[in-house]
Design a protein around this ligand. Structure first.
Ligand code: PMP
Ligand code: GLU
Length: 385
């Protein structure tokens, strides 16, 4: 097999690999409880689906401008300005799937040898994107005991003259931590002082139960040095739609759009008017979904508190729990044994960086029955290990 040296450096996505394996095992008839995939189990709200069908039937089936339809760029800008205080307009918005946005941003901003600071643990694909450009990921450790809050002093200590960018993701995948305003401000000050870009992944911005979501792009001096990404997947149960956005200074959007125009050209056309409906239409269903996630979180935390080998923080956002496991076993092996012996799929903590060792991730974006059954299986399995 011939692949580029660049690709040989990179493992497949740990989260996607486990979910693929679970789909295959389920298709073969295995009785698996899946806590692996980070996606809402709800259907997309019907007002959004109806808007999509209407646009498809009306013949809105051709290429759109590569940056996205103007109505959607404006809706995203209005929303981000009014909800998150980001001083943007439509010219600052590129419509693109969130993961594609992150990949293109790495290609657009990073050169070989540049250093990028990112929290440890953090979501699996940042490191891959950074490595693909020849830049160097440098982890800034966060800890269970501090609730996985980033310490700006550690960011400062890790920064060098080669540091180009710092990645933040609040609420966090995999820890659910909502970074406090003081932390975001501390990181913003470092970016301004040291002339560093911030890449702020805010895809879980609406899945929040406590704390307050703060966009670093709203901080003084930050808009011109921040790329904010977010999207519809998690807020409106729209993972399969592949629709999100990047917000950046207008000339940066022009640059990132070069990559979009040479790769996917534009997002799917008929989904874009439906995205306008998602953002500007009724929000009650979204609120109901978040309330359901909160109940599931509390249920899962109660059940975990009865498992002697596990210890877990109370996360304020996203739909993940990241328990610490006292069994002395690599997290990859633990996840493999839970899948084989207990028929429960979790994501090993190590997939999210070195500080994830000794942990595993539970996605509780699944029904209460599954949460009860899965945690009862985990309890039995851990007792016998
Ligand atoms: N960022 C984070 C932190 C995520 O968990 C995900 C997972 N889907 C993404 C980005 C990518 O989002 P999308 O699937 O909407 O591209
Ligand atoms: N973000 C989700 C997860 O962490 C989906 C898979 C992925 O994109 O990594 O499970």
């Amino acid at each position: 097999m011939i692949t580029s040296k660049r690709l040989q450096e990179i493992p497949p996505s740990g989260t996607v690999a486990i979910s693929n394996l679970v789909s295959k095992m389920k298709a073969e008839g295995a009785d698996i409880v899946s806590f692996s995939m980070g996606e809402p189990d709800f259907s997309t709200p019907s007002n959004i689906a109806d808007a999509c069908v209407e646009s498809l039937r009306s013949g809105f089936t051709h290429y759109t401008p590569s940056t996205g339809i103007p109505e959607l760029r404006k809706a995203v800008a209005d929303y981000s300005r009014s909800k998150n205080g980001i001083p943007c307009d439509a010219s600052n918005v590129l419509i693109t799937p969130t993961k594609q946005a992150l990949f293109m941003i790495a290609l657009a901003y990073l050169d070989p040898g540049d250093e990028v600071l990112l929290p440890d643990p953090s979501w699996v694909s940042y490191e891959a994107h950074i490595r693909m450009t020849g830049a160097v990921p440098k982890y800034v450790t966060t800890s269970f005991d501090d609730g996985f809050v980033i310490d700006p002093e550690k960011v400062e200590a890790a920064a060098t003259s080669k540091t180009k960018m710092v990645v933040i993701n609040s609420p966090s995948n995999p820890t659910g931590c909502v970074q406090p305003e003081s932390t975001i401000k501390g990181i913003a000050d470092i970016c301004v002082d040291r002339d560093i870009y911030a890449l702020s992944d805010e895809i879980y911005e609406n899945v929040i139960y406590g704390g307050r979501h703060v966009s670093i792009a709203s901080m003084p001096g930050m808009f011109d040095r921040t790329i904010t990404v977010s999207g519809l997947s998690k807020t409106y149960a729209m993972t399969g739609w592949r629709l999100g956005w990047a917000i950046a200074p207008a000339q940066d959007i022009v640059a990132i759009n070069k990559l979009q125009s040479h790769s996917i050209t534009c997002c799917t056309s008929f989904t874009q008017p439906a995205a306008v409906e998602a953002i500007t239409g009724p929000q009650e269903e979204k609120d109901r979904m978040v309330e359901t996630f909160r109940k599931r979180r509390d249920l899962a935390l109660d059940l975990i508190s009865e498992i002697p080998q596990l210890e877990c923080n109370v996360p304020e956002g996203a739909f993940y729990l990241f328990p610490r496991c006292s069994i002395d076993m690599p997290s990859n092996e633990l996840a493999e044994r839970l899948l084989k012996e207990a028929k429960v799929a979790v994501t090993p903590g190590r997939a999210f960086g070195p500080a994830g060792e000794g942990f595993f991730r539970i996605s509780y974006a699944t029904g209460e029955d599954q949460i009860r059954e899965g945690l009862s299986r985990i309890k039995k399995a851990l007792a016998s290990m």
